[in-house]
Design a protein around this ligand. Sequence first.
Ligand code: HEM
Length: 139
Amino acid sequence: MKDAMLIIHFLGLGMGLGASFANMFFGIAGARMEPNEAKKFRLSSLVLSKMGQLGLLLLVVSGIFLMAPYWQILSSSPLLIAKLLLVAVLITMIVLIHRAGARAQAGDADAQIKKIQLMGKMALLTSLLIVFLAVLFFH
Ligand code: HEM
C-alpha cells in the first residue's frame, strides 16, 4: 500500500513540477512573440494549469496516507512542519492562479496573465523548496 501511495506521490510530483517548468518555458516562448499572438498563446497554455492542479491533488491525497507513521513525531520535526506549511502556501497560490486564469478567459487577459506569470514563478520556487525539505527530512 505504501509503495502504491509513493508511486502516486511521485506521479503527482511529475505532473505538478512538470506544469510549473512548462509554464516557465511557455513564458520565454511568449516573450518572443508579437503582443496579440502572445496573448492568444498564453490563454491557450492556461490549460496546463489543469495538469498542475491534478498533480497537486494526487500529492495531497497520497501524502495524507503516507503521513500515517509520522503524525506522532510531527511536533518534534521542524523540517516536516516546514514542508506541510509550504504545501499550504502552494495550495493558496494554485487557487489564486486558477482564479486569475478564469478572469483572464473572461476578458481581463493582459493584467491577469502578468499575475499568473509572477505567481507561476513563485509556485515553482515553493515546489522546489518542498522537494528539498522532503528529501532532507525523509532521507
Ligand atoms: C498535504 C501534502 C503532502 C503530504 C501530507 C506529504 C507527505 C509526505 C510523506 C509522509 C512522505 C514520505 C513517504 C515515505 O515515508 O517514504 C513524502 C515524500 C515526499 N514528498 Fe510529500 N507530501 C505532500 C505534498 C508534497 C508536495 C506538494 C511535494 C512537492 C512539491 C512533495 C514532495 C515529496 C518528495 C520529493 C518526497 C520523497 C522524499 C524522499 O523519499 O526522499 N510532497 N511526502
